[in-house]
Design a protein around this ligand. Structure first.
Ligand SMILES: [Fe+2]
Ligand SMILES: [Fe+2]
Length: 275
């Protein structure tokens, strides 16, 4: 099976199982441009994307209350689920990129499938299923502005996954505080993987950018409002993960100086996009 066929299957199947099924180990990439590029994913009726303004998710302070915790974990699962689909989308959108870049996208897609399954398992422990609450298309809404692999790594790796370094840090602490060790472990594992994902974006932005631009200039060019540097961080900024991912001092400082754009990074309402 070709990589594009696997990516296309994820985006065109209604089945959650198919979308979360890991890639066969022997995928080939001989005809990268073999599948059409969808602008929206096919989903089952429970996971149909609804407008952000009709969805409300409590902040992480709600963790001690199980009904709020279920709602929050459901939103976290939806973030990971959209990440799966967006990495599949990128594999179809950028067939002419280096093989190493495409294999990197595929590896991250595999991680995002695992993250989604891990949050779904947490939900099921609480007696809920993925699809019990409405889901937004917060990540998908940004796709029309992603015109190049540079835009993709700036949007996905260096904004959403970058912000997730803070959200996972805060959420793991909140889970520990209520004594939910399993949930805390899941979030910590995701945090560690996200460091690698941010590193992937950083490494490839360095390759894709024009030599005349600093990394910060290249990043600023790669995102389109309402995306902005303030959405690459949480309310509380934790530099350690960025240092580990290899981001340079100027970049880390600029993100740290940006005004945080959203509450804890949950299923963001459209309001969260406002400056
Ligand atoms: Fe993830
Ligand atoms: Fe990720």
């Amino acid at each position: 099976m070709e990589i594009h066929q696997f990516a296309h299957q994820i985006l065109s199947s209604e089945s959650l199982e198919t979308k979360l099924n890991p890639a066969p180990p022997d995928l080939t990439d001989e005809q990268p441009s073999g599948s059409p590029l969808p602008s929206q994913p096919v989903r089952n009726s429970e996971l149909k994307i609804v407008p952000g303004k009709s969805v409300r998710v409590p902040p992480v302070d709600g963790f001690p209350d199980q009904s709020q915790r279920e709602r929050i974990v459901h939103a976290l699962a939806n973030h990971e689920f959209q990440a799966v689909e967006l990495f599949a989308w990128a594999l179809l959108a950028f067939p002419d990129t280096p093989s190493k870049f495409r294999r990197g996208l595929l590896k991250i897609l595999d991680d995002e499938q695992r993250h989604t399954r891990m949050y779904i398992a947490c939900l099921e422990r609480m007696g809920k299923r993925f699809g019990d609450f409405p889901v937004t298309g917060y990540f998908w809404n940004k796709v029309p502005n992603i015109k190049s692999p540079q835009d993709f790594v700036c949007t996905m790796s260096l904004t959403f996954e970058n912000a997730n370094l803070d959200h996972t840090t805060e959420n793991a602490l909140a889970a520990q505080k209520i004594g939910d060790k399993k949930l805390a472990q899941v979030i910590e594992q995701i945090h560690d993987d996200e460091i690698d994902h941010v590193k992937f974006g950083w490494t490839w932005l360095k390759r894709f950018k024009s030599k005349d631009h600093s990394m910060w200039e290249a990043y600023s060019q790669g995102i389109t409002r309402p995306l902005r540097p303030g959405l690459a961080r949480g309310r509380k900024f934790h530099p350690e993960g960025r240092v580990e991912a290899g981001l340079d001092d100027e970049f880390i400082q600029k993100i740290s100086d940006s005004i945080p754009g959203m509450e804890a990074g949950y299923e963001s309402s459209e309001e969260s996009d406002r400056p």
